[in-house]
Structure formats: structure tokens, C-alpha cells
Design a protein. Sequence first.
Length: 157
Amino acid sequence: MSNTDAKQSLYLEDLYVGRRFKSGEHAVDAPQINAFAAAFDPQPFHLDEAAAAKSPFRGLAASGWHTAALTMKLNVASLPIAGGVLGLGGDLAWPAPVRPGDVLHVESEVVEMIPSRSRPDRGVVVVRSETRNGRGEVVQLTTMKLLVSRRPVGTPG
């Protein structure tokens, strides 16, 4: 399912293990990498081409936190969870760097559903997301727990 297929707000009842979502795209360039790094992760391999060339990255690379922020932006647009994408924690890995010129998208899949025993109006949904560049390389792998509301009585579904 793409973000264009999912116009309605989704509740716990609308999700199931195996349901997939695919985001739109976001193009990354050097000014974006530099601006994010200057504000939030001011390390030479995110700010300076010459320093980056001498680093383990062997070239300018986006901060992992920049990649995470872009992933969140793309997920918010493609996972139309009623009430918003409310994270409860998860795992995060960056198997490859994001470079200037990369075009990112996120492919997500529901991998677990945990209805709340104590709060019948909600549950936890575990979503595995792969952020990929235009070459198909995974640049971020995330498994996140999301708080998802049940459909309120009287809400069409």
C-alpha cells in the first residue's frame, strides 16, 4: 500500500500482520546534510567534504539522526495512523550511509499486533521499516512500537 492508497485514518482494527506501506520519496543534497549537521550533529564528516573524504565514510555522509528524521517524515505521510505516529521505542540501525544525491523512500510492514489488556481502547503495533536509497540499498533499518487507538464506537470503518 502506498501513501496515495491510504487516505483514511487507520485504527488498530485496520491493521494486520503482513500489512505493508510504501512512502513517497525524498531527495537528499549536500546543503541539507550540512544544515542538519550544523544544527544537530556537528561532526566533520557531515560538514566538510575534505574531512569527510579522510573519514571512514570516504565522503560526505548524512548524520544517522538526519536519516532517522527523514524516515519519520516519510512514515508520517505513509502510515496514516489515527491520532498520529506515536512511538513507544524500538531498534535502529544504519547499515549504509546516506549521500548527497540519494533519493530515499521507506518500506514498512506490520510484524506484530499487541492489543492492550488493561486499556481496551488501544494496542501496540510493531512496524519494521527499511529506508532505502535509489539503488535499493538499506540505509536505515527500524523496528518500532507504535501506540494505535481502536476505532471509537460510531466511527465509520
